[in-house]
Each structure stands twice: as structure tokens, then as C-alpha cells.
Design a protein around this ligand. Sequence first.
Ligand code: MV4
Length: 480
Amino acid sequence: MKKILVANRGEIAIRVMRTAKKMGIRTVAVFSEIDRNAPHVRFADEAVCIGAAPSNQSYLLGDKIIEVAKNLHVDGIHPGYGFLSENADFAEAVEKNGITFIGPKSKAIRIMGSKLAAKEAVKKYDIPMVPGIDEAITDVTKAKTIAKEIGYPVLIKASAGGGGKGMRIVEKEKDLASGMERAISEATSAFGDGAVFVEKYVTSPRHIEIQVMADTHGNVLHFFERECSVQRRHQKVVEEAPSSILTPELRNEMGIAATKVAKACDYVGAGTVEFLMDADLNFYFLEMNTRLQVEHPVTELISGVDLVELQIKVARGETLPMKQEELKIHGHAVELRVYAEDPLNDFLPSVGTLETYILPKGEGIRVDNGFDEGMDIPIYYDPMLSKLIAYGKTREEAIELMLEAIQNYKVKGVQTTLPFGTFVFGHEAFRSGNFDTHFVKNYYAPEAIQEKSRKEAEVAALMALYQYLNDQKIVQLPAN
Ligand code: MV4
């Protein structure tokens, strides 16, 4: 593989190209008109404009991207995350055109894109699943029978759903019919597929996922877990590895279950198997994400591997260069997604110009960044500016480093999730490890960070006034 095209933008495009360069592979960026001067374009060896700003006129144009790849004699396409990364038709079209798709085969993407097909595929592998039904259901009477068996509350899920879309909690039998009706119509309009199924609702779960990597020779490794329970509206904001609640035994069990899920769909490349874990530490397979995930850096830091390098190696047909027994966890890593969003205003996107943009640096700090000072944040894409990752020997050390790095991360011009990060990493529930997916709902209110930002503004105003008065020789600054 001599030349790779990255079908993405922002921090992940740069992240992938960094490893390609390290491996001596040339890089091609694609970009939309609004991204002409974006860092990922400047970082690449070659770059091609593929259309207008809206994703459906640029980053989602699979055929156009393949055409560019062919013209530039590209050997492999890396899709990053989002956009075309879990589009089975795209993966198939790339391969049909004689280019390597740096990811799984379209078959695996298709299976895992449907929750019901995924359940079907892993059925014979003895993987723990949430009690419920594993086929599409439309008959309310039948649904009532099942719900009674597993007990309320139940959760109605769309087979084609993702990110919490098309989910409906039903607390009592009298609400089941209307809940199903709504879920089916929501799924039909959102995904063009009205298939829904019913599961026992796990009320206060933790979200724990296992990183896996498979080669084309039947080897599947797992790279331990990531804990991603700090979410809001199904979007992760804080992730860490390892999880503070797993025992070595549980970790091993979940790792084995995850590799079995990968084997069940003939998986190749990097993938993530999501589990729910209840308060009694029972874990249940939820779904598999068939891409490199946003939060992959925490895994890289604790395992010492470059996951993109492994992706490229297995895409070239190489055997995974290590054995499971050789993999060990070293230290602890925490990640904060820095979004241009206003945590005081319901996390609404806060677009504008990055008037000041200074990244923290230092030992144990990694910033996977996609922006520069002076840039405008486009309204067309996900507003994530960067990922701030801190690594230490212990969880406490990683958290302290993170808090310090947040203070040294200077952003002016837009609101960001940085103050929210200070809130989370300073919170007793997070620090003790005693939290679940309801962390944000249970503990966060804008007032929690408002008080702090008001105090900071007050201090800044006082200092400015003092400086002004001093300049006017109205007051005298002390000698030191
Ligand atoms: C669940 C659940 C409780 N019980 N399934 C949310 C998105 C999708 N990946 C599956 N999700 C859930 N499925 C059962 N049977 C709770 C969630 C859930 C959740 C899962 C992981 C992380 C955050 C979450 C927030 C709300 C609900």
C-alpha cells in the first residue's frame, strides 16, 4: 500500500494520515469547498475538492470519492468514523473498483447495521444478551405476552436504529400498544425500516465497550475495554480506559465474548463491541460498531498499540503482529471530547470564529485536534474541535493531569465543553467510579459551572480594572 485516501475531515483525517506517513505511505485528502484551508487538507500530500459544504454534496459522495481515488492511483481508502464509514454499499464499491477498503467486509457491516441480524449472527456463540425477543414484532398481543414474561419496564428498539434513535421505554402494559405504534412509525420514517423488537430495560446500566481487531487469517484480538457511561443525548463526552469497575476475570470474559462476536460475522479490521453492564456486574451484548471509534486513543495509550497501523496492516493482508497473552494494560487514560457547544445552553452548537485557540501540551497529554486559531467552525458538520486525552500511571493521576490540561486549553470566540469537563472530572461520583449512563441527567445542571465561570469573569474584570488604573497612575502596582 503506497497511497491512502482518507474519506473524512477534521481530527480523524489528520490522525489517520499521521500513521500513514509514519509507515511511509502517501496521503490524499478530500475536502468540501468550505474546508479548502482546513488543517487536514494542508496535512495531506495531495488534496482534491469533492463538492459543496453540505455532507451530502461532498463527504458522503462515495462514487465521487472512488473516482478521485482511481485518478490518483490510490491503493486504499480509510473512511474514519461517521460519513461513509459504516456504509456497506460504499465498502463494496471501493473493493469492486480494485481499491482496498481499510475496514471490514461489507457483509460484516450489513449484519451489524441491523440489530436483529446481529442477534441472529451471534446466537450460537453463547454470548450474554438482554432478555427479550430476537425477531421483529408487530403483533401487540404477542408483545404483551413477552413483556409480561421478562417483566416491565421494557424497551422497544428499532432494528435499524443507532445512537438511541427509535428507542422507547414502556413502564406499564397499558402503554405498550401506543409505544410500539410510535416506535414503528419513528423507525419507518427515520430508517425506512419499521422492524422493532422488545427487550428488558436495564434501568441504570454502564456502557462498556471492547476494542477488537481481526486479521484475514482468523486471528481476533481484544484490546480491553473503554468505559463510556458519561453521555448526554446518546453522545459520549468523557471516556476512559480501563473501566474502574472491571475485575481481571470480568475483563477476560467480556474480551472473549467480544472476539466471539467478531468471529460470528467474519470480522476484519478494527471494531468495537458494546455491552451494557448492570449494577450486579452482569454484562449483555448490545451491538457492534464496525469502524474505528472516536474514543480509540484511550485504548492506544493503555495498550501501547497504534490501532490505525494495525488497521492498515490487516488491510494489506498481514497477520496481527502480537498475541493476546502479550497484551497488557499499562496505566490509565481519560478523554474529553471538546465540542464547540454551550454547556450552559443545553449543549447547543456554538459556532463562530476561534479567536484564541491554544492547545495544552506536556507529558501524558495528547490532543487529537482538527482546528487552528482564526478558523471559523463550519455549521455543516459535527462541532467536535478536538479530543483531549490524559494518561497517567493511575486513574487519579490521569484525572489530575486532565484537569490541569483543561485549564491550559485556551479557547475564545466560541463556547466549549471544556468547563463541563472540569465539572465531570472534579465530580465525586466520577472520581469514585460510582456512576452510570445517567451521570449527566443525575448530576449536571448549568448552575454547576455557571458559578465558576461568573467568578472567573469577575476576577478577569478586576484585573483589567487594576491594570487600567495602574496605567493611569491612579493606583500603584506593588513592586513584585
Ligand atoms: C438499552 C438500555 C437499557 N436496556 N437496552 C442506547 C443506545 C443504544 N446503543 C442502546 N442504548 C441503550 N440500550 C436495554 N435493554 C439503555 C440504553 C441507553 C444507553 C446505552 C449506552 C450508553 C448510554 C445510554 C443512554 C441511554 C440509554
